[in-house]
Design a protein around this ligand. Structure first.
Ligand code: IPM
Ligand code: MN
Length: 358
């Protein structure tokens, strides 16, 4: 059966990197129906909304979404509901993409790219599982109002609500344990249970779910300590499961440990296997249109798409091996360039991957 893929390039370097990933998908001989739609600031300019109904409808009707990146400084002054970021938040919420997989892998060929010493970081391979549709990101009430009590009564105050329902914690915890079972059977749950009620329920619930996974060693860590341990001894971690806000922060930190955020893909999935796949990096408006962006994170996101939403594990591996091969061959975009390597632009990197696919 032909599978439908929604391709949403977005802003900044989005269209350049997506183009290369689409070339790779088309080279695979899998029957795919690929349809493009605007999203983010690009969609706002065209339709007055960062997530137009036609784009959302296409995403909902597709087996998977391949997403580029959204955001540009020029939209910073817009009211929040019209900013590009609302597109990705809206897609996550309306497709119910509660499970966000963010691998942080240090490729041996790029060992020098990390800002940490090789003896601390070489061989790093961790998976951050971030809950993506709850927490303070979506909790209500929220807003800006006049404070009616406390020492600042009468002043303007901003407020948000951190909240998690038990089933919401349970379903992401299950995925955390299942991911750990497929790896080294170590799961670290990150919270702030020394301060937050939400985190207390998080921790209690994860401990409850752990009873179903006696083969997995569960540890708990406060988020401030986790941020510290990630730079002190990152290889002590294997799978980390955490909430939306902590996961946002820790996944950026983990990505940077590899020194090459331009290499890291991500997957956001719902309960029925539908997923959105995007590079871990942003829209990089400073280098947009120059043909120098690294397309590998997006190409690797397409591999994740094949594996998790289309059940084409062999084809996913083919892409991953092709990427490994171009690194071995010395091809480097500017973000991962080292002396002695072959510096290439976005399209030439795409060419190299296509060639390595065989
Ligand atoms: C991410 C991004 C988003 C987030 C923004 C763009 C809304 O930082 O995917 O990590 O905070 O989740
Ligand atoms: Mn982020």
């Amino acid at each position: 059966m032909t599978k439908k893929i929604a391709v949403l390039p977005g802003d900044g370097i989005g269209s350049e990197i997506i183009e290369q990933a689409v070339r790779v998908l088309k080279a695979l001989d899998i029957p795919l129906e690929i349809e493009h739609a605007p999203v983010g600031g690009t969609a706002y300019d065209l339709h007055g909304h960062p997530l137009p109904p036609s784009t959302l409808k296409l995403a909902q009707e597709s087996h998977a979404v391949l997403f580029g990146a959204v955001g540009d400084w020029k939209y910073d002054k817009l009211p929040r509901e019209h900013r590009p970021e609302q597109a990705i938040l809206g897609l996550r919420k309306s497709l119910g993409l509660f499970a966000n997989l963010r691998p942080a892998i240090l490729y041996p060929e790029l060992a020098n790219a990390s800002s940490l010493k090789p003896e601390i970081v070489s061989g790093l391979d961790i998976l951050i599982l971030r809950e993506l549709t709850g927490d303070i990101y979506f909790g209500t009430p929220r807003g800006i109002r006049t404070a009616t009590d406390g020492p600042f009564a009468g002043s303007k105050e901003g407020f948000d609500t951190m909240r998690y329902a038990e089933p919401e914690i349970r379903r992401i915890a299950h995925l955390g344990f299942q991911a750990a079972q497929k790896r080294s059977r170590k799961l670290c749950s990150v919270d702030k249970a020394n301060v937050l009620e939400t985190s207390q329920l998080w921790r209690d619930t994860v401990i409850e779910v752990a009873k179903e996974y006696p083969d997995v060693a569960l540890t708990h860590m406060y988020v401030d300590n986790a941020a510290m341990q990630l730079v002190r001894a990152p290889r002590d971690f294997d799978v980390i499961v955490t909430g939306n806000l902590f996961g946002d922060i820790l996944s950026d930190e983990a990505a940077m440990l590899t020194g090459s955020i331009g290499m890291l893909p991500s997957a956001s999935m719902n309960a029925s296997g539908q997923g959105l796949y995007e590079p871990s990096h942003g829209s990089a408006p400073d280098i947009a249109g120059k043909g120098v962006a690294n397309p590998l994170a997006t190409i690797l996101s397409a591999a994740m798409l094949l594996r998790y939403s289309l059940d084409h594990d062999a084809q996913a591996k083919r892409i991953e091996q092709a990427v490994q091969r171009v690194l071995q061959q010395g091809f480097r975009t500017a973000d991962i360039y080292e002396a002695g390597m072959t510096k290439v632009g976005t399209a030439a990197m795409g060419d190299a991957v296509l060639k390595a696919l065989g």
